[in-house]
Design a protein around this ligand. Structure first.
Ligand code: ADP
Ligand code: ASP
Ligand code: MG
Length: 435
């Protein structure tokens, strides 16, 4: 058995869905279980729709556009439009409710986003049937995906793996097409696993059924030496270790959701990242140990804010740093790239986590400076102990504002203005991959 997950661009339109179904057909002897994302751009459109509705803006055109996109694909694939009839009706009703409520709560937002995957799974399964492959669409929560009620960032509840394994067994040649990204909490509310979370769904299902391989089918040739959208000459990496892949994902490489690797490691299942647009390419294999190149890949994260807090008055005491970090912790805000002295601490956080409330709380500890439009650029590899000279000389013209202390030797991150990111990634790529 294998799991095959297809991301948004892989199911972006009728032509692409035909291609995907061709790929699935070629793997039938491996007994695939398919996981799909929403059609390309749909999750973003649903979020925009929800925000506009809550703001009491007339969203009828936006809503019809999202629905029409799906019906167009259904028409082009020659399918029956009834397959998403119930979902579109529920979606219309939900948007109305949000309008009435004047608020997009996290619970409503997750419910709203779930329609993307629910519609795409039904379309892909119906087209598989049409192409002669026995298939059936499932909403992940109907095959046992039970999560915490953490809307927007839900995680699995114990027992989920065995439940999914049980419900997916004995399917005799039928290919399940399961919604990525979504689950339900124990009280029956729809939840999501975080943006890009369909990769995580795939590895959860892989672990639950004891798959031989978890395949993440996307729009590039695997994990590459840098984001190919920035570096045209980026190369695909043949093998990376579980650790490196997790590190890269956590440091911003969008190709893989950061939680994808753990269920695979725990069950010793290789993860392969493949390109739907170039299916004969070998892609990247993620498994126990990579080849251990010095620098494996360069990654980045935009839309971060750097906040520096310097202790004033009676706060100039030993526990200052812990107290400041406690303020972020109490709000569930992840901090990154921490640099500190006894009376000062600098951190970076996601742009969306910076609220006036947070800043007000921090101001009680000292003077606060916040630098917006910042970004983190990171090198990931197996041994970064002697790369500093090359790194600094390639970035001579760029002002580096902060640098990670060299804790693990496996990654090196630096903070800079967002406008320098593309040029920094390109320069570092030229230095470490000569091209
Ligand atoms: P999907 O819709 O298939 O889940 P994503 O858009 O989430 O695809 O992830 C694939 C994208 O990740 C690529 O198009 C690429 O721009 C981006 N990316 C960022 N860093 C890397 C990297 N190191 N290797 C490959 N792709 C990367
Ligand atoms: N559709 C969801 C998103 O856009 C999940 C995914 O694509 O993995 O974040
Ligand atoms: Mg993705």
């Amino acid at each position: 058995m294998i799991v095959m997950k297809f991301g948004g661009t892989s199911v972006g339109g009728a032509g692409r869905i035909r291609g995907v179904v061709g790929i699935i057909k070629s793997k039938l002897p491996s007994e695939p279980v398919v996981v799909v994302s929403a059609l390309s751009g749909v999750t973003d459109s649903l979020i925009a729709l929800g925000k506009a509705s809550a703001a009491r803006i007339d969203t009828s055109r936006m809503l019809e556009q999202v629905i029409r996109l799906h019906y167009d694909v259904i028409g082009r694939l020659g399918l029956d439009s009834k397959i998403i009839g119930s979902e579109t009706e529920q979606l219309r009703k939900l948007v109305e409710d949000i309008y009435m409520l004047r608020e997009l709560t996290p619970r409503y937002l997750d419910h709203l986003m779930s329609f993307g995957e629910r519609m795409s799974a039904r379309i892909v399964a119906a087209y598989m049937l049409r192409a002669g492959i026995p298939a059936c669409a499932y909403d992940a929560y109907d095959i046992g995906m039970v999560t915490t009620p953490n809307f927007g960032d839900a995680d699995l509840l114990p027992g989920t793996y065995s439940e999914i394994g049980k419900l997916l067994s004995g399917r005799k040649g039928m290919v399940p097409v399961i919604t990525g990204f979504i689950g339900k909490s124990a009280d029956g509310s729809i939840t999501t696993l975080g943006r890009g979370g369909s990769d995580y769904t795939a590895s959860i299902i892989g672990a639950a059924i004891g798959a031989e391989e978890i395949q993440i089918w996307t729009d590039v040739d695997g994990i590459m030496t840098a984001d190919p959208k920035i570096v045209k000459t980026a190369r695909s990496i043949e093998t990376v270790s579980y650790n490196e892949a997790t590190e890269l994902a956590m440091l911003g490489a969008k190709v893989l959701h950061p939680k994808t690797i753990l269920p695979a490691v725990e069950n010793n299942i290789p993860v392969r990242i493949l390109n739907t647009f170039n299916p004969s390419q070998k892609g990247t294999l993620v498994l126990g140990n990579g080849v251990g190149s010095k620098v494996t890949s360069i990654t980045y994260k935009k839309h971060v804010v750097a906040i520096s807090i310097t202790a004033t008055g009676k706060n100039r005491t030993d526990g200052f740093v812990e107290k400041v970090l406690g303020i972020f912790d109490a709000r569930g805000i992840e901090v990154d790239l921490v640099s500190n002295s006894r009376i000062g601490v600098s951190v970076i956080i996601d742009e969306e986590d910076e609220t006036q409330n947070l800043i007000d709380d921090l101001k009680r500890m000292g003077s606060v400076k916040s630098r917006k439009n910042s970004a983190r650029v990171s090198l990931v590899g197996s041994d970064l102990s002697d790369i500093l000279d090359d790194m600094y000389s390639s970035l001579k013209s760029i002002h580096i504002e902060m640098m990670t202390p060299d804790a693990s030797g496996k990654n090196k991150s630096m903070l800079m203005g967002e406008r320098y990111v593309n040029s920094a990634v390109k320069k570092l790529h030229t230095t470490f991959f000569s091209g």
